[in-house]
Design a protein around this ligand. Structure first.
Ligand code: SAH
Ligand code: SF4
Length: 346
């Protein structure tokens, strides 16, 4: 099959592409609109017009890791560090529920301050609010993952970042690719909804490697995939890197939708940092989830993974209203449900 349009049709109909076919789709830019439209129609067919909102609490910017791309890396002394107490986190979750969020996402650096007992206390109290709870707190032991699950956590986000082992280990000093994979497989075996994803545009990353990433998402049958451009951060060793491209990130996301029609795909905040309408464009190119920030005050600015992060001066209430308006403006509806993945037989 030679024609790019034929490849898009094939992906739409069979949800299967091989590596060469994905590479060709990513390399050729002559039919990008058709690709985005195909992803949009598959999104509509399998997950419908509802957009699931997840209220994101960035509860600590303290991290023991040193990922080269990330502003929270432990060697960065230019960021003022903060952590919220368990009761502050629970209070933010309560407010998020009042704004109407049906899922809470707790995200942080890898901060060892939070003991297992503290985490269980937080999880247990948030789950009393009748919401789904997602954790995004990095690499833990299977025993810890099990305790969080038993306390009520429903979902876990941990991006593979890249499936290129050498690139991963270059980017994340002291971390191992096997360990990252171990986390994903433990989370799956414990019954979590598993979210992963990649950064697009890491220095040295190839199109072939991005194709491998997409095939990996399908192979592990991930329930959620978050794809975002890498945005160079001034306070990191990658400050002079070129950074990810908006259109390429969108294409990786759109192909992921074509190959995995019924999963949840967020329109990531990093997309909006590169394009002021980025999340809406993503919602029209395969995405069906948005994760508005419910962190308050100066902490929004201090959780500085990358520069140009949107809405850091806004309040959570403002964000809720703003995103709802944008979603309605494109004829979509804010979901009233918790937004678990609903598997469809294909
Ligand atoms: N510490 C946890 C969760 C917080 S980081 C973890 O690493 O899993 C969440 C995500 O932010 C990471 O998975 C990474 O993909 C993304 N990120 C970090 N630095 C970034 C940058 N400079 N540009 C874009 N995304 C970045
Ligand atoms: Fe820490 Fe996550 Fe940033 Fe890596 S990406 S430095 S683990 S917060």
């Amino acid at each position: 099959m030679n024609n790019i349009l034929d490849l898009i049709r094939k992906a739409e109909q069979t949800h299967i592409l091989d590596k060469n076919e994905i590479v060709r789709l990513l390399e050729d830019n002559s039919c990008n609109e058709e690709l985005f439209n195909a992803a949009d129609s598959i999104r509509k067919k399998y997950v419908g017009d509802e957009v699931h909102l997840r209220g994101l609490i960035e509860f600590s910017n303290i991290c023991k890791r040193n990922c080269l791309y990330c502003g929270l890396r432990s060697s960065n002394s230019n960021v003022r560090r903060y952590r919220l107490t368990p009761d502050e986190i629970i209070d933010l979750a309560k407010k998020a529920v009042d704004y109407g969020y049906k899922t809470i996402v707790m995200q942080s650096g890898e901060d060892e301050y939070y003991t297992l007992d503290m985490m269980k206390y937080i999880i247990y109290n948030i789950k009393k609010l009748d919401v789904a709870l997602t954790l995004s707190i990095g690499e833990k032991t299977i025993e810890e993952y099990k305790e969080y699950k038993d306390a009520g956590a429903d979902r876990y986000l941990i991006r593979i970042e890249t499936t290129d082992k050498k690139l991963y280990e270059d980017m994340d000093p002291g971390m191992s690719h096997e360990e990252r994979m171990r986390c994903l497989s433990d989370l799956r075996s414990l019954g979590y909804e598993v979210g992963t994803g990649c950064l697009v545009g890491l220095p040295g990353q190839t199109i072939e490697s991005l194709a491998n990433d997409i095939l990996f998402f399908k192979e592990i049958e991930a329930d959620m995939i978050g794809i975002g451009p890498f945005i160079p951060n001034e306070d990191t060793p990658l400050k002079d890197a070129k950074g990810g491209d908006f259109t390429l990130s969108l294409k990786v996301m759109a192909i992921t939708r074509l190959l995995m029609p019924d999963i949840n795909i967020p329109a990531t905040t990093a997309m909006e940092s590169l394009n002021k309408n980025g999340r809406i464009i993503a919602l029209k190119s395969g995405a069906n989830v948005v994760m508005p920030n419910v962190t308050e005050g100066e902490y929004r600015k201090l959780y500085a993974l990358y520069p140009g992060k949107i809405c850091t001066g806004d309040t959570p209430a403002h964000c809720r209203g703003c995103i709802t308006g944008k979603i309605k403006s494109i004829g979509r509806v804010v979901s009233e449900a918790k937004g678990f993945r609903v598997k469809v037989n294909m």
